[in-house]
Structures are given as structure tokens and as C-alpha cells.
Design a protein around this ligand. Structure first.
Ligand SMILES: *[C@@H]1O[C@H](CO)[C@@H](O)[C@H](O)[C@H]1NC(C)=O
Ligand SMILES: *[C@@H]1O[C@H](CO)[C@@H](O)[C@H](O)[C@H]1NC(C)=O
Ligand SMILES: *[C@@H]1O[C@H](CO)[C@@H](O)[C@H](O)[C@H]1NC(C)=O
Ligand SMILES: *[C@@H]1O[C@H](CO)[C@@H](O)[C@H](O)[C@H]1NC(C)=O
Ligand SMILES: *[C@@H]1O[C@H](CO)[C@@H](O)[C@H](O)[C@H]1NC(C)=O
Length: 553
């Protein structure tokens, strides 16, 4: 062996060793959450700021980075932040939802400590309590691939986060009061892109949000961080090449516009291949009787040519959207967070051990509007479910499995109580989300990425399985269910913890259209789940309880 071959071999060997032994890098953040004022629709209103910013700062991380984020709550209300799509492997303690964490009291802080383990892609964070997210407090969270892992497209010239969302001008407290009193939120006041509507109070275009150099290609990470409205996103005269969706690399199809449902993120590549000038990005409401559009400008560097006022219309109807969903495919050969192909996990050949069918409904309970899954409208007990379970007092405070795997008869009354289903550790479960209502639904599951197997009109039957994509559906953590339709998903419940399955339509989530899935590792082993962190906030019934024996290897 020649000397250079030997040294190559040797350094490769060292690389492997260090990859095993070096601790993954840490990223530290200190966040001050406070109220402030912004006027995204021309009228000053109270917003939630993070370190003075609305929307909040982007978190830029790389696969396996450890994130240590000390969050100071300077609001006058309890607060929690959740990391939408970050799987929190073995670590539901950091999920930041009312079922896993005690709220951070006003004037206090909590340090989130989590690893973005084995993930890549585009995500966002948002405040999970009450109606806080209607006031802001959200921002982008990206997980870059490690240098050694190939990404299935050339490095873009820049990487932009585009938060698109419906926006209300009434404060979050007022909106919560509406819901508490049985009113609906009504329609949003406007659609925003990164905190702006696109027009100032005189109707003139606002300053460009992004710039591109002619000839170069840029990555845009578009997330719908809104609370109820699906949005169609497009850029005048420019094609979008889809490359990633909720943490999975996709086959790189080209689109004129994309429907992004509440809670979803997509990454597209856009090449500055048009005449230099300004171009509108537009986000338009879908599946609504009214049409609202928010705009923003992309400027070619050095240009002073204003955008054409003609913005192409958004598509109409849900069949278009359904067909677009069917055109999305996972790139099976691309690497994800590890060098092995994304499609090496053959989800289509795993036997389904259980089928859970969840049907959403709405109704009035004790004079109040509620939403439910299989007849149960979830409420959070004062003590987080995860803590009740960990401290061994779950059975005193709630009942597991109050809903069945099959929905009750359509006219059954709704009950209001905590809804927690048990999933056996490491089993592969199919979940049918059936929507008998005329509105579109969007669901998210914490702790996991799942396979959306199929969608169809009407009711799901076992025959519907014949239409499943068992090869290359895009693994993700948010999925839409079209009006009077069903969506089937499947996943292996291999992440121990207490995980929220919720409607992303926030008034529905607030009024009970959610549940938790308890996944317990019988081994009580550190291989499956971390111990409660030493800084965990305690509240409610567990405050004075002795700590249970810790998990061990
Ligand atoms: C956090 O923000 C509040 C409100 O703007 C301010 O009063 C406080 O000094 C800030 N704290 C820190 C540590 O920056
Ligand atoms: C994000 O992090 C990556 C990797 O450390 C770095 O190359 C990139 O420049 C960062 N991007 C921004 C916008 O900070
Ligand atoms: C609050 O912040 C301090 C540092 O200012 C830190 O030592 C402490 O651990 C934080 N509290 C929690 C509960 O994380
Ligand atoms: C999938 O990823 C591979 C590997 O990076 C890449 O070569 C290929 O072009 C991608 N395929 C599609 C259809 O995007
Ligand atoms: C799945 O179930 C079928 C029929 O019961 C059985 O023949 C097959 O071995 C199972 N496959 C796996 C991977 O368990």
C-alpha cells in the first residue's frame, strides 16, 4: 500500500473513531419572551416577541446538535414553547405542550435541552398554551444535513425562511374569550408573510423580503404557521422545484404553486431566471368562502423595476389539492440524517397490528361549543399527563383509553375529559382520520414522523387500503384531511413518551379536538427514555411526591 493510500486509510479510520466519540456540538440560546406592539395590518396591536422580534428568530441547527435554550417568560401568563416536528427521541420532557410540561410561570424561566437527533429539514416552533400563537412567538427551525451526508441538490446561493399565516387583529386573550364563550373566531383579518401583509397603510408595496442574484438558485422554506387556513403559495413568473417536506427529501417535481396546510413546511428551489426586477410572492386562502391574499416582494439584486400587478390566481376546489398531494413522492434513494437511503425502512411491508379510526365532530356540551375525536373532547388536567404517568399516579387523575378504536355512532353525545390512548411500544399502527365535516382538517403528531398511506372521498373502508401508496409516500408529521374525506397514516410507535395528536386548526385544538398517545417502554430503560430532567418544573399533584426510581441502562 502506498504511503498516501495508507494515510488516507488512517485518516478515514480516525474520522470514524471521532464520529463515535466526539460529543455532538451544543448551540446555546437565551430567549426573552415579552409583549410588544406591531402593526402588520396597519393597526397597532399586542404581539408576543422573542428577544424583541416578531416573528421570532430562526434556529439554525445541524443534525444531532444539542440545543440548550433558556426561555424567560416575561408575559403576565404561563407560557410554553413547542418545537413542531422535532421528534424529541426518548425525550418527551422537552416537547413543551400542556400534556408533557408544567407551564413556565410569569417572570420565571425554563431551559429546554434537546437534541435534533437523526433529523433534517424545515420546521418551526410556536407557543402551545391558550391562544398565544395568534399573537406571534413563532419562528423557523431548520436542521441542516451534516457535512458528510450528501444532500440531493446543489448548495443554494442562500436559504430563506418564509412563514405564511392567517392573522387576526384581536388579541390572543380576546380570541380565547370568544372561544370560552362559545363564539367562533370568524375569518382572519389578513394573510401575512414573515410578519408583513405586503402593503403599507397607504396601499404601497412594503420593502422586499428577499433578494436574489440573477442566475442563482435559492432555497425557500415555506411554513404555514397559521391557525386555521390552508394557503396556496406561489411566486410570479417563477417555478418552484420541491425538494423537502416536513423533514423528508422529495422527488424534485416542479410546481407553479403549492398548497401548504396549517402546520406544514415545504422547501423549494427557485432560480432567478427571469428578467431582473421585483416579483410578488403570494399566499392565498384555500377552501374558504372569502379570498384573502398576502404578498411579499423578491427583488433581483440591483433592480428597480416594480412588480407586475397581475398576480396569478390560486387554484380553486379541493380536487386540485388532492391531486397535488398525490404527486408528492419520497426520494427513496436520497440520504436523510444518515448516509443510508431514506426508503430503506420499507413501511409498506410491515404488518399492521392495530387500526384506530378517529372521527372528528363538533357539538355543544353544557351550553359550550366543543370539538371531539371519537366523541371525546380532550381537556388537559392541571398536572401534565406525562408527569402523572411518571410519578405513578395516572390512574388517580384520568382514565386511559376513554375512546375506542372505532368511533361511536354519529349522533352520540360528546363528553369532555382527558383523552389518552395507549399504544404498545414498537407496534406498527394504522390510524384513519375520517372527516365527516365540510371543513378541511389538518393533524399533527408529536414525537414521530408518519407515513400518509392514502386519502379518499367519503368514508374509509378496508377496501380503501387497495389505494394506498405502499412505496414512496412522503414521511412527515402533519397531514390534511379534505372535507368529507379520509386520510390514512401509519407509523411504528418506537419513541417512548406521551405524545400529542392534535388538530392544527387551533380553535378546534383549543376546544378539544386532540388527544395524547402514551407509549411506555416496559423495560423502564435509559435506552428507551431519558429520566426526568433535573430542572423540570413540577406543578399540581406531583409537587411534593418523591421522585420515582430513575430509569437505568
Ligand atoms: C425582557 O423583556 C422585557 C420586556 O421588554 C424587559 O423588561 C426585560 O428587561 C427583558 N429582559 C432581559 C433579560 O432582556
Ligand atoms: C446555518 O448553519 C450552517 C452550518 O453551521 C451554516 O453553514 C450557515 O451559514 C448557517 N446559516 C445561517 C443563515 O446562519
Ligand atoms: C433559569 O435560568 C438560570 C440562569 O439564569 C438557570 O441557572 C436555571 O437553570 C434556569 N431555570 C430552569 C428551570 O431551567
Ligand atoms: C433523489 O436523490 C438522489 C440521490 O441524492 C438524486 O440523485 C436524485 O436526483 C433524486 N431523485 C429525484 C427524482 O429527485
Ligand atoms: C405479516 O403477516 C403475514 C400473514 O399473517 C405473515 O405471513 C408474514 O410473515 C408477516 N410479516 C412480517 C414481517 O411479520
Amino acid at each position: 500500500m502506498s504511503m498516501s493510500r495508507l494515510s488516507f486509510f488512517f485518516s478515514f479510520f480516525l474520522l470514524v473513531i471521532s464520529a463515535v466519540h466526539a460529543e455532538d456540538p451544543y448551540l446555546y440560546f437565551t430567549w426573552n419572551v415579552s409583549y410588544g406592539t406591531a402593526s402588520p395590518l396597519g393597526i397597532p396591536q399586542q404581539v408576543i416577541l422573542i428577544n424583541g422580534q416578531y416573528p421570532g428568530p430562526n434556529i439554525n441547527s445541524t443534525t444531532n446538535n444539542n440545543i440548550v435554550l433558556n426561555l424567560f417568560n416575561n408575559l403576565d401568563e404561563p407560557f410554553l414553547m413547542t418545537w413542531n416536528g422535532v421528534q424529541q427521541r426518548k425525550n418527551a420532557w422537552q416537547d413543551g405542550v400542556p400534556g408533557t410540561n408544567c407551564p413556565i410561570p410569569p417572570g420565571q424561566n425554563f431551559t429546554y435541552h434537546f437534541q435534533v437527533k437523526d433529523q433534517i429539514g424545515s420546521f418551526f416552533y410556536f407557543p402551545s398554551l391558550r391562544m398565544h400563537r395568534t399573537a406571534g412567538g413563532f419562528g423557523g427551525l431548520r436542521i441542516n444535513s451534516r457535512l458528510l451526508i450528501p444532500v440531493p441538490f446543489a448548495d443554494p446561493a442562500d436559504d430563506y425562511t418564509v412563514l405564511i399565516y392567517d392573522w387576526f387583529t384581536k388579541g390572543h386573550t380576546t380570541l380565547a374569550r370568544f372561544l370560552d364563550r362559545g363564539r367562533s373566531l370568524g375569518r382572519p383579518a389578513g394573510i401575512l408573510i414573515n410578519g408583513k401583509s405586503g402593503k403599507d397603510s397607504n396601499g404601497n408595496d412594503e420593502e422586499p423580503l428577499f433578494t436574489m442574484d440573477s442566475g442563482k438558485t435559492y432555497r425557500y422554506r415555506i411554513c404555514n404557521v397559521g391557525i386555521k387556513t390552508s394557503l396556496n403559495f406561489r411566486v410570479q413568473n417563477h417555478k418552484m422545484k420541491l425538494v423537502e417536506m416536513d423533514g423528508s427529501h422529495t422527488q424534485q417535481n416542479v410546481y407553479d404553486s403549492l398548497d401548504v396546510h396549517v402546520g406544514q413546511c415545504v422547501s423549494v428551489l427557485i432560480t432567478a431566471d427571469q428578467e431582473p426586477g421585483d416579483y410578488y410572492m403570494a399566499a392565498t386562502t384555500r377552501f374558504t368562502k372569502y379570498i384573502l391574499t398576502g404578498t411579499g416582494i423578491i427583488r433581483y439584486t440591483g433592480s428597480n423595476k416594480p412588480p407586475s400587478p397581475a398576480i396569478p390566481d390560486a387554484p380553486v376546489g379541493w380536487a386540485w389539492s388532492f391531486n397535488q398531494w398525490r404527486s408528492f413522492h419520497w426520494n427513496l434513494t436520497a440520504s436523510a440524517a444518515r448516509p443510508n437511503p431514506q426508503g430503506s425502512y420499507h413501511y409498506g411491508s410491515i404488518n399492521i397490528t392495530r387500526t384506530i379510526k378517529l372521527v372528528n365532530s363538533g357539538g355543544v356540551v353544557d351550553g359550550k361549543r366543543r370539538f371531539a375525536l371519537n366523541g371525546v373532547s380532550h381537556t388537559d388536567p392541571e398536572t401534565p399527563l406525562k408527569l402523572l404517568e411518571y410519578f405513578g399516579i395516572a390512574d388517580k387523575e384520568f382514565t386511559y383509553d376513554v375512546i375506542k378504536d372505532d368511533p361511536p355512532a354519529p349522533d352520540s353525545p360528546i363528553t369532555v375529559q382527558p383523552s389518552v390512548i395507549k399504544a404498545e411500544f414498537r407496534t406498527y399502527i394504522e390510524i384513519i382520520l375520517e372527516n365527516p365535516e365540510r371543513s378541511i382538517q389538518s393533524y399533527h403528531l408529536d414525537g414521530y414522523s408518519f407515513f400518509p398511506l392514502g386519502m379518499g372521498a367519503g368514508k374509509w373502508t378496508t377496501e380503501s387500503r387497495k389505494t394506498y401508496n405502499l412505496l414512496d409516500t412522503v414521511s412527515r408529521h402533519v397531514i390534511q384531511v379534505y372535507p368529507k374525506s379520509w386520510t390514512a397514516i401509519a407509523l411504528t410507535f418506537d419513541n417512548a413518551g406521551m405524545w400529542n395528536l392534535r388538530s392544527n386548526i387551533w380553535e378546534r385544538q383549543y376546544l378539544g379536538q386532540q388527544l395524547y398517545v402514551s407509549v411506555v417502554s416496559p423495560a423502564r430503560s435509559l435506552r428507551d427514555e431519558y429520566n426526568i430532567p433535573t430542572n423540570a418544573l413540577l406543578c399540581g399533584s406531583v409537587v411534593n411526591l418523591p421522585l420515582p426510581p430513575p430509569y437505568t441502562i
